[in-house]
Write a protein that binds this ligand. Sequence first.
Ligand code: HPA
Length: 262
Amino acid sequence: MNTKRAVTFLKKKINFSPRIFMILGSGLGELAETVKNRRIIDYKEIPDFPTSTVPGHKGRLVFGELEGKKVGIMQGRFHYYEGYDMDKICFPIEVFKELGAEILIITNASGAINRKFKVGDIVLIKDHINFLGINPLRGGPNFVDMTYAYDIGIRKIAKSVARRLGWDLKEGVYLFLSGPSYETPAEIRMFRKLGADLVGMSTVPEVIKARHLDIRVLGLSLVTNMAAGILKRKLSHEEVIETGKRSKEKFIRLIREIIKKV
Ligand code: HPA
């Protein structure tokens, strides 16, 4: 895998350097449809770029303008559960960096462990737990500080924007695990004791990589379901996709307002 080939290819296709990059999770890709002066590039066109296999996830990069700012959006991401290794999952982050990324806005769908959260809530990620135990920076002396992985300044902006919109934006700790099976109720009880508020199958590898490359991160999570065992019923992938669809407008509004301010 060669970032240079991908970067050279992309630089020929777009003649600007977006400062802001976004990775949009399940059902949240719609934001990319509202980008102005769009330049769309399928992952499969880009040399060495992985391709996506999950229903509900498109596989393309969208470049253009949102709220007057140049952005690059990844519509559809790569999950560990799909079988990708960490290098593939984090490849786009390296490409973004080379294209000029300073800020990464990363979104995902999650199950709520915290009982104060409800389905449809958008939660600001303030910290994470890498329950996978595998680190994308393995292979070198990459002792990256993770104390402020989720940028405090951008979190403040997100909170003030939400307050102005009259929303109560909650904050939480996101626990990342492999999937693709959902968790058992016993696991969820354990994760609650460990200090997790949300559980999901993405985001953490990309965030670690972004911090390594000194890209500031904003993480936003859409609660698509209460985690296993909280409600006495089964979880389904369809439910996750459905909630994404229902909440996308709210999500898009929030991200647009944040982009104005960063
Ligand atoms: N668990 C793991 N990942 C998820 C969930 C969940 O309950 N909901 C959405 N992504």
